[in-house]
Design a protein around this ligand. Structure first.
Ligand code: ZN
Length: 83
């Protein structure tokens, strides 16, 4: 029993197989959950009246109209009323 690592040929194989399995499982579960939750595309709501806007929550701000920085997304009528 010196300073050599234990490589007898029996403890070498099963080392990374649980890791792989775990990762696969985790991936499956995570994907399933994400898919279910993201089933419908979520539209951003107008911060003033709560009406649905035409923009997904994922839509970048640069690609939106009627978006007030610091306030949020507004619908067209509300935006026009204020500005
Ligand atoms: Zn509105």
């Amino acid at each position: 029993m010196g300073g050599k690592s234990m490589s007898n040929g029996k403890g070498d194989k099963p080392r990374f197989y649980p890791d792989d399995k775990y990762r696969d499982n985790y991936n499956k579960i995570f994907k399933k959950k994400g898919n279910k939750k993201m089933d419908k595309s979520v539209k951003d709501k107008c911060v003033m009246c709560g009406a649905k806007t035409e923009y997904d929550k994922e839509t970048h701000i640069d690609n939106r109209k009627n978006y007030i920085e610091g306030a949020g997304q507004m619908c067209q009528p509300c935006h026009q009323r204020i500005y």
